[in-house]
Design a protein around this ligand. Structure first.
Ligand code: AMP
Length: 174
């Protein structure tokens, strides 16, 4: 994982003073890095009978849609408020740097479909918590939560209940 870690750029004081931003765009723009990241996720989830991947806006769309293609499953968008055109359900949550609201289409998931939720990074856990609540509201069965980067210092896992959680790169500091 050290090779992948080298591709992540740290930007201090973004988007607010005091926040260290872990920029995954530098990993995505590297052809080896993107493929390696997907290989690891595919290995982790290929035998989990996943029906749908729910990707969280916006970087969760990138890994989520690419992995859905590899796993031959559908892809569902979890978006910021006001972006999805159809009927939605929503969840408010607190971020490391503010508050926000996420939405999902009510018809995105069939009852009891097996859903994997993906994002780029776990910080305080509020985003994943809201995403799990959304998938529950539309009656999906959550089989796992996955991301590329985990900021262990923020203890986001404590918000994720008993859902199986996977991250491939972690940082002890926030
Ligand atoms: P949280 O809800 O605190 O776990 O925040 C996770 C979400 O916010 C993910 O969608 C990340 O893309 C973004 N995020 C939060 N903190 C950071 C950070 N320090 N660096 C990069 N992205 C972050």
């Amino acid at each position: 994982m050290e090779d992948l870690k080298k591709l992540i750029r740290n930007i201090p004081d973004f988007p607010k003073p005091g926040i260290q931003f872990y920029d995954i765009t530098t990993l995505f723009q590297d052809s080896w890095g993107l493929k390696r990241c997907l290989d690891i996720l595919e290995e982790q989830y290929k035998n989990k009978s996943i029906d749908k991947i729910a990707g969280i806006e916006s970087r969760g769309f990138i890994v989520g849609a690419a992995l859905a293609d590899r796993l031959n499953c559908g892809f569902v968008l979890i978006r910021k408020k006001g972006k999805l055109p159809g009927e939605t359900v929503s969840e408010s949550y607190e971020l490391e740097y503010g508050t926000d609201e996420l939405e999902i289409h009510v018809d995105a998931i069939e009852e009891n479909e097996r859903v994997l939720i993906l994002d780029d990074l776990l910080a305080t856990g509020g985003t994943f918590e809201a995403a799990t609540n959304l998938v529950k509201k539309v009656n999906g069965s959550i089989v796992g939560l996955g991301c590329v980067i985990e900021l262990k210092g923020l203890n986001g896992r404590s918000k994720l209940g008993d859902y199986p959680f996977f991250s491939m790169i972690s940082y002890d500091e926030a």
